[in-house]
Design a binder for this molecule. Structure first.
Ligand SMILES: Cc1cc2nc3c(=O)[nH]c(=O)nc-3n(C[C@H](O)[C@H](O)[C@H](O)COP(=O)(O)O)c2cc1C
Length: 246
């Protein structure tokens, strides 16, 4: 069956890290955020806030904290997506229910809400010819982000997003075959032959792509990426902000 225009757009997704020196159109960002807000939200809690960062010194500080990701400084827009339980706490108190408990389930609901919203923003942007990249690197030093953006208690920065007009064609990264992801009725262990085929496909992709050429495949690249403890500070950070407390 032929793909719809929306499906074609989704299949063509590729992160963009090089941008033209050109702003978004007037009103465009507000439209993208509205599209983000249209995503489903757990119990309709809308537990997110997005901070638009334009100050060069703030962008620079965050780019450094994220491991020197220069596209944070150069993108037309840089947004920080936060899980926000603060306003829910405010309304709980306002209606006489008292302070919000820091239940893990509340935290998970907020985290999922932000992720769904962010993906909607990205897709809306791509539908208008913009490109972008999510930035998990902001969690390297979340305190830097908190300080730069004056994020209060119960608001945690989860990922950033660079957006702008693409300055380079980036290849689409091949995904795993659907059969490895979509399980029929019950969980099926990964088929080694299917994985070998995918590794071969990815190894050709890594060698053939225009930039950041690598001699590896998906298994090796992924296993390597998952070594060592990562961002060990995050649980304590989240708890200090009132998330995942109980
Ligand atoms: C939550 C999240 C965090 C990410 N963080 C970063 C990041 O800090 N820097 C970066 O360059 N890319 C980042 N990426 C982009 C991924 O590397 C990219 O989506 C993945 O390699 C697949 O490539 P594609 O988006 O081009 O299909 C992130 C993606 C997601 C979903």
């Amino acid at each position: 069956m032929a793909l719809t225009a929306t499906q074609q757009l989704q299949i063509n997704h590729h992160s963009v890290r090089r941008f033209l020196d050109k702003p978004l159109d007037p009103g465009q960002l507000d439209t993208l955020i509205s599209c983000g807000q249209a995503a489903a939200t757990s119990s309709f809690i809308q537990a997110y806030s997005v901070i638009r960062v334009t100050r060069p010194e703030a962008r620079q500080a965050i780019a450094m904290a994220a491991g020197g990701q220069v596209w944070i400084e150069k993108a037309a827009e840089f947004l920080v997506f936060c899980a926000d339980l603060r306003r829910i706490n405010q309304i709980c108190e306002a209606v006489g229910k008292g302070e919000l408990e820091g239940y893990s389930e509340h935290g998970l609901a907020a985290v999922i809400d932000v992720a769904l919203m962010g993906q909607n923003v990205m897709l809306a942007a791509e539908s208008q010819g913009l490109g972008g990249v999510f930035i998990g690197g902001i969690r390297n030093q979340p305190e830097v982000v908190v300080e730069q953006l004056e994020l209060p208690h119960r608001v945690v920065p989860l990922f950033g997003m660079c957006l702008g007009w693409p300055d380079a064609n980036t290849e689409v990264k091949p995904r795993m075959p659907v059969e490895s992801i979509l399980h029929q009725e019950r969980y099926q262990e990964l088929d080694p032959d299917r994985l070998a085929d995918y590794d071969e496909q990815m190894s050709k992709y890594y060698v053939g792509r225009g930039a950041n050429v690598k001699l590896t495949d998906w298994s090796h690249a992924t296993a390597q990426a998952m070594q060592g403890k990562k961002r060990e500070h995050m649980l304590d950070f989240l708890r200090s902000k009132g998330f995942f407390v109980c």
